[in-house]
Design a protein around this ligand. Structure first.
Ligand code: PLP
Length: 420
């Protein structure tokens, strides 16, 4: 998070004091650093340069057009999991030839749209889905390039809600039935087999699960080739973790990850696709709120801020740890705060018992490493408008998503009398 530092005791993003942004757009808001996003992307490209890898940004981690566009301008592709994300990637300028379509169950409508765009590859998750893709391709006179998502049955050692590569998870097809699945694909019209795919989970901070999974995939690729299939590309998914908690996490670098790729898949002579989401954008973003009230209970001091669980779900959904900082270093006494939002649920808690300089109403509070799975998971629960997003580039900032008006939110509804 080098783009996020104090200068003259004020929290800054690159060259911009946070207070300036808060004055311009009000709190809460998300704020991203362009330099940080680009640096993390460049890390992957240089780490994987021997493979000439295609880095497909997993758009679900942060799907703002401005973020996708700056990655696309650097050569990134996109990994999408819905028609909406596919439309976002195309609109931001990602060429269809660099878009892979993942996702556990693509609808016929989504498949048809993707075929019309002539995307690079479908990552297929079941035989019924394969049949739908084949039928749609025949109807539209197109060819679908497909890889099966293989479930390698490895434990990614991550939070159970984001572990996807165990046999009991809903994702992919089992290794044991994969050769039969490829046999079936080879016989279907409108289908061209191009490779294999996997994605074992998210926030993985230990390389062993990757190593185990990639080893199994390399063995499978050889068997599939001996069965007569063309396996020219391997899509390794995403999942590399980041350090949320500097004291406890020890996430590997892109370079260390690339060493594992080299070791396990280096001899196959395949194109490599990776689909990082979190590791590109998490540390490039923060959520900024301001203190509404400080409430003293008999046991605790609550810092109640204007950001809430609907704006940032990770702490309540995954019990995730996020570093929290004050907008100013004021030299005041450190106080233990429980930092909470105003939503009517106890789960609306960002952190418990955190030491911060003494705060007062109106002070800015920064929730760090919120650039991935932050704004994209927000809702309007409690009829709280989605919070704006801001991108900083050097000494400049721009609002890359406006705060919606109350009228635009309420105006989506129709009373019985007004509805058609
Ligand atoms: C979510 C997801 C990713 C990105 O995962 P990160 O942990 O954010 O890197 C990549 N590929 C697929 C198929 C996904 O579902």
């Amino acid at each position: 998070m080098t783009a996020f530092t104090y200068r003259d005791n004020h929290y800054c993003v690159e060259g911009v004091p946070l207070k300036r942004i808060a004055d311009a757009c009000g709190t809460p808001f998300y704020c991203y650093s362009r330099a940080e996003v680009e640096a993390r992307y460049d890390d992957y490209v240089s780490a994987l340069q021997n493979f000439d890898a295609l880095v497909c940004f997993a758009v679900k981690a942060n799907s703002n057009q401005a973020i996708i566009k700056l990655l696309a301008a650097r050569g990134a592709g996109a990994d999408v999991v819905s028609e909406g994300e596919l439309r976002r990637a195309l609109a931001a300028g990602v060429p269809a030839s660099k878009i892979v379509y993942s996702g556990v169950a693509k609808t016929v409508r989504e498949i048809e749209f993707a075929l019309q765009q002539e995307i690079r590859q479908f990552n297929v998750e079941s035989e019924p889905e394969l049949e739908e893709i084949s039928a749609a391709a025949v109807r539209l006179g197109k060819t679908a390039r497909v890889a099966f998502r293989i479930n390698p049955d490895v434990d990614a050692g991550t939070h159970e809600k984001i572990s996807t590569g165990k046999s009991e998870n809903k994702f992919g097809i089992p290794l044991a039935s994969s050769r039969a699945a490829y046999e079936k694909a080879a016989g279907l019209p409108g289908i061209e087999v191009c490779g294999v795919d996997l994605h074992i989970g998210s926030q993985i901070t230990n390389l062993t699960p990757f190593k185990n999974a990639f080893t199994k995939i390399a063995e499978l690729a050889l068997k599939l080739r001996s069965d007569g299939h063309t396996i020219s590309s391997i899509d390794l998914g995403g999942g590399l973790g980041i350090n949320y908690d500097e004291k406890h996490d020890n996430a590997p670098s892109a370079a260390e990850y690339a060493d594992v790729v080299e070791e396990t898949l280096g001899d196959l002579g395949c194109d490599v696709i990776v689909e990082p989401g979190r590791s590109l954008v998490a540390n490039a973003g923060i959520l900024v709120g301001s203190v509404i009230y400080i409430k003293q209970s008999s046991q605790k001091t609550f810092l109640i801020i204007d950001a809430a669980m609907n704006d940032f779900l990770r702490p309540s959904m995954y019990d995730s740890y996020h570093a929290i900082a004050g907008g100013r270093k004021n030299g005041g006494a450190d106080i233990l705060y429980d930092i909470v939002g105003p939503v009517c649920e106890t789960g609306d808690t960002f952190a418990r018992q955190r030491r911060l300089p003494e705060q007062k109403p109106g002070d800015l509070i920064i929730i760090e490493a919120a650039g991935a799975y932050g704004s994209v998971m927000a809702s309007t629960y409690n009829t709280r408008p989605l919070v704006p997003e801001v991108l900083v580039d050097g000494d400049e900032f721009r609002i890359i998503r406006q705060r919606p008006s109350y009228d635009s939110i309420i105006g989506l509804d129709r009373t019985w009398e007004d509805a058609d």
